[in-house]
Design a protein around this ligand. Structure first.
Ligand SMILES: *[C@@H]1O[C@H](CO)[C@@H](O)[C@H](O)[C@H]1NC(C)=O
Ligand SMILES: *[C@@H]1O[C@H](CO)[C@@H](O)[C@H](O)[C@H]1NC(C)=O
Ligand SMILES: *[C@@H]1O[C@H](CO)[C@@H](O)[C@H](O)[C@H]1NC(C)=O
Ligand SMILES: [Zn+2]
Length: 329
């Protein structure tokens, strides 16, 4: 009996780690909303910022950073068990043989996955007929899921998104591939290169977006065009995102049914994350320490990029919903 309890608690622990760890989520939230010393908001537009600051109370320090971890804190509780499957989409592809893909019909189990969840909570966050706590819940979920969809192993079915693949990180050999991406590498990277805090890491990523290595590509992060589409065919940044968010919200207002319209933007974001499963995530040999050497060196630029992108996209999302336009550089 004791043995069974042990096994169950190990399984429980393994299931609990399906998410960027707290540091990654806080970084995404801080990128979206970070307030520099001069008091000027970075990416959140005025009405979105007002909504965020009045909806998140002192429990979250009025900030999308700390608030981003709530969805992970509650998913193990009985009252929120139903939400555990909303943190990912089980892409049934084959990254080991170089074939990556996401297909909403194929991969979004019973319509309950991160793709439908983002659409669901998007309609709910602006539904003023809902009670305040439900609107707060919707914001907390959006804050979290727009982070999770940028983690390559949240868009992968193999071994529960890598939870079942043992891995080694900084000499620690009892971890797994998913945890290494959620937490192991992010923690080491923040400690080594970003002053040990998600605030500092977010500041550094925002600087890359505003004036550094991400400056030239940031606008394309909100174009919602497939990266393989020729430039001439892509829509201007923000256009698809604005159009589809407005259509989603309007459709919802004029209809009683809870129909979930598939959204192009989250699907493009999921496909981008999933593509890293083919190029970087599964490219290691058994026993290799993933938090050092070549693997780490290749993974860190992916982590920087994905966290910066998702923070920027979170701001764009809230800006369209509350200010009517992406409002970003
Ligand atoms: C923040 O809001 C939640 C939900 O309404 C509530 O449970 C909590 O006590 C509040 N925290 C503070 C510090 O007001
Ligand atoms: C809360 O936010 C303030 C400034 O916005 C910051 O100085 C403080 O460190 C934060 N506290 C926590 C616990 O995150
Ligand atoms: C939509 O949100 C409601 C309220 O939290 C929840 O009961 C439902 O399961 C959600 N559906 C999806 C697909 O996220
Ligand atoms: Zn999560």
């Amino acid at each position: 009996m004791a043995r069974l309890a042990n096994i169950l608690s190990v399984l429980g622990a393994a299931l609990c780690v399906r998410a960027w760890g707290n540091l990654g989520h806080e970084t995404v939230g801080f990128v979206a909303e970070q307030v520099p010393p001069d008091g000027h908001l970075q990416f959140l537009a005025p009405k979105a910022a007002t909504f965020v600051h009045s909806t998140l109370n002192a429990t979250w320090n009025f900030s999308l950073g700390p608030a981003a971890i709530w969805a992970d804190q509650v998913k193990g509780e009985a009252a929120f068990k139903w939400s555990a499957d909303l943190h990912f989409v089980d892409a049934e592809d084959s990254p080991m043989t170089g074939s990556c893909s996401v297909n909403e019909k194929r991969d979004c189990g019973d319509g309950e996955c991160i793709l439908t969840a983002i659409a669901n909570y998007t309609t709910r966050v602006v539904n003023t007929k809902l009670p305040k706590e439900q609107i707060l819940e919707a914001l907390l979920f959006i804050d979290h899921f727009i982070g999770d969809i940028g983690q390559p192993l949240h868009v992968e079915a193999i071994e529960e998104g890598g939870n079942g693949i043992s891995a080694k990180c900084s000499g620690e050999s009892s971890t797994n591939l998913h945890a290494v991406w959620d937490t192991g590498m992010v923690t080491k990277h923040i400690d080594q290169s970003h002053g040990g805090t998600p605030q500092q890491y977010a500041n550094d990523l925002v600087a890359e977006i505003k004036t550094g290595s991400f400056k030239s590509e940031a606008a394309s992060w909100i174009s919602c065009s497939s990266p393989t589409e020729p430039l001439s065919k892509r829509s201007p940044p923000g256009e698809i995102l604005e159009r589809e968010l407005k259509a989603l919200v309007n459709a919802h207002h004029s209809r009683a049914a809870e129909a979930i319209t598939p959204l192009a933007c989250p699907l493009v974001w999921a496909a981008e994350s999933n593509a890293f499963d083919c190029s970087v995530v599964f490219d290691f040999t058994t026993g290799e320490d993933l938090c050092s050497g070549t693997y780490f060196a290749k993974a860190i630029p992916v982590i920087d990029l994905q966290l910066a992108k998702q923070g920027f996209r979170l701001a764009a999302w809230l800006n369209v919903l509350f200010d009517g336009a992406t409002n970003l550089p």
